[in-house]
Design a protein around this ligand. Structure first.
Ligand SMILES: C[S@@+](CC[C@H](N)C(=O)[O-])C[C@H]1O[C@@H](n2cnc3c(N)ncnc32)[C@H](O)[C@@H]1O
Length: 379
């Protein structure tokens, strides 16, 4: 029997659409297309499980159920009522609704939420012959977006965002999101034979994501997803995908990572995170001020390239702008232009290159939360 195929949508951080699309293409998924702020592809329920577990740079995996135009609440109600919700939502399942609206006539999100809920209830009442839904079963989170009057109705398969890998317990100040860190590692061409250095590593996110990529450790192996509680999921599907991904972890790699910071408590947390992520055997952490970094002191015997990744303080949350710029100056001095070295630094400061002292080989616009940043790449 042919398996049911779905259109799937993966929201990404702005600037990472192409990276997420490449991940999906290399992962063997079909019809991958990058859009502004998200990527779409096609697949069945096994693909839903696999994408959730292996995507490093996507934020979640959504099943697209309908796209239609709605300028009135009647349009929204009728378009929603037409969807065959019973194919996915069981009579006891919970189906809350959330979403957003931008540049559209239907701009009140709470009102849209209410109308969509009413239309789904109305449809399911007819299907199940029920007058009331107890909603005590699995979570089937309905998500909608309305952009220029175009409605998209989706079902969230992920639950807590994909950046929640499960290896972080204690937060440090200003940590970088896991999905953004993975994107930076990808854009900086971290491979299984790279040597990666983060001279201001904080809780170690850039190094841990680099190591997981190099060792081909799927980021979702140690967490659970919403779809795992769905009645329509074949019972052994999630565990067989998990086992398959585990068997793909690379053991014989020369990858090594070195993390430095002046904050000993952050380094302690970084080491704990690395252990939980299963990459502590390839990472080394040491307390050291950036001014003592010697970029040419690392042995390159087993490595083709040394990749330095750095998310320095911006002078917004952690220190004032002048001190941050002093650090950029120091970074420019210690990060020497060497043939087999590449440097990637993320900062929102438009004057970064002036303080660092060199023009980047390439810049890439990325968002760290709401903050517009550039990834300054030197190679
Ligand atoms: C924005 S945080 C890095 C966050 C990290 N990417 C993460 O995901 O947790 C900047 C880090 O720079 C460190 N730092 C500040 N001044 C430093 C210096 N002079 N030498 C080394 N590290 C420094 C801070 O202790 C902090 O952990």
């Amino acid at each position: 029997m042919k398996k049911q195929e779905y259109l799937l949508q993966v929201p990404t951080l702005f600037g990472l659409e192409g990276v997420a699309a490449d991940e999906l293409k290399y992962g063997g998924f079909s019809n991958v297309q990058a859009q502004n702020g998200y990527v779409t592809f096609e697949g069945d329920l096994e693909d839903v499980a696999r994408a959730n577990m292996m995507l490093r740079t996507g934020e979640r995996v959504l099943i697209v159920l309908a796209r239609f135009e709605a300028k009135t609440f009647d349009d929204l109600f009728e378009g929603t009522k037409d969807v065959p919700w019973e194919n996915l939502i069981g009579s006891k399942d919970r189906f809350p609704v959330k979403g957003w609206s931008l540049n559209s006539q239907l701009h009140s999100v709470p009102d849209c939420q209410k109308i969509i809920k009413k239309a789904v209830v109305s449809h399911l009442k007819e299907c199940y012959g029920l007058s009331w839904f107890e909603e005590t079963g699995s979570l089937m989170q309905i998500q909608f977006s309305i952009m220029k009057d175009q409605v998209t109705l989706m079902l969230d398969t992920t639950g807590p965002g994909l950046y929640k890998r499960g290896y972080k317990r204690n937060e440090t100040a200003a940590p970088l999101r896991e999905t953004l860190s993975a994107g930076i590692a990808d854009l900086s061409r971290v491979h299984s034979d790279s040597l990666v250095v983060d001279p201001m590593c904080g809780s170690g996110t850039l190094l841990i994501e680099s190591a997981m990529k190099a060792l081909n450790i799927a980021p979702g192996l140690k967490r659970r997803f919403s779809f795992e509680n769905w009645k329509i999921m074949p019972p052994d599907m999630a565990s067989s995908v998990r086992e398959d991904l585990k068997s793909r972890i690379k053991k014989d790699v020369t990858f090594e990572g070195f993390g430095f910071d002046i904050d000993a408590s952050a380094l302690q947390i970084a080491a704990e995170n690395a252990k939980r992520a299963g990459v502590d055997h390839v990472l080394h952490f040491k307390e050291q001020d950036i001014k003592y970094l010697k970029s040419d002191s690392f042995s390159m015997e087993n490595h083709k390239k040394a990749v330095f990744l750095c998310n320095p303080p911006y002078g917004e949350r952690l220190m004032d702008i002048q001190s941050a710029r002093e650090l950029y100056r120091t970074l420019g001095v210690v990060m020497k232009p060497l043939k087999d070295h590449a440097y990637s630094l993320i900062s929102p400061d438009e004057a970064f290159e002036a303080y660092f002292g060199r023009k980047a080989s390439r810049r890439r616009k990325l968002y760290n939360g709401m903050l517009k940043c550039q990834l300054y790449m030197y190679y």
